[in-house]
Write a protein that binds this ligand. Sequence first.
Ligand code: C5P
Length: 309
Amino acid sequence: MGTITVTAPAKVNLHLEVLGLRSDGFHELAMVMQSIDLCDRLSVANTADGQLQLSCDAPELTIADDNLVLRAAQLLRDRSGFQELGASIHLEKRIPIGAGLAGGSSDGAAALVALNALWGLGHSDSQLEKLAAELGSDMPFCIAGGSQLCFGRGERLEPLPAPADPLAVLLVKDPTVSVSTPWAYGRCRELNGKSYLSSEVDFETRRRMLRQARWVHPISADTPLPLRNDLQAVVEPETEAVQAGLRLLNSLPTSLAVAMSGSGPSCFALFPDLPSCEQALNALRSELDASGLKAWCCSLRNQGARIES
Ligand code: C5P
């Protein structure tokens, strides 16, 4: 087989609710995650020497063994039992790094999808999601992507119907700022730990409320979108780039809703369609430039890591 190329989309969190602390030290979450059409591309080809090699067009990204792409490749090869399998992997990076957009997780998920096909292992999406859960909390979602409820650490997935309208996202990020996810959750615990829920019954009540929320059945431009991100209240006061991004996005009269994504610092506004999103970007362009913020207009995407035809 020749080269296989897989698209690896970013995600935004339409809902990120911190429910409590788990016995494994992670947080128990209730989330709505949504893939967006801002994508990295991962190409894989067999090598005869049994090596796993990674190259990347973004010099700022570490391509050492701790990169999620190589960790995913190693895990998949170990579990296959065929230690002689090798691959040369090339990553084209478009998703900003350390942005709260699951770029690294999506690249890792794409590696699982690509190498599963290259090596003819025949794993289903749900088998790949189990492997992904061993590597990162956001990674299982990135396999099938689309619109999903994510519970537990993020690995308990319940697919949602596809959005009813061609919604679009205006994403902004200061390219010089990134936020550490462990720091954001640690700070959340410091500030809010006393009010965390602690029983499984209470967790399940919150999950049920999110499952039954009208705005996710399906996500549409006609139903108010009550975006929520509990990490925003933790990260925003300490991160000027988030304050600036939210201020500018909140000034847009045509947006449906505004929030930070994941642990930040990316922030986004939702629009009914791509043309209204692009119009808003044009209106905001000079202020974004003055604040040092980079911006992207993207459609929502109904799938995760997928082999390009
Ligand atoms: O799973 P992942 O490696 O992406 O998590 C990074 C860090 O974020 C964890 O080490 C933990 O500090 C925090 N985290 C958490 N609860 C989650 C997911 C992540 O506390 N559900």
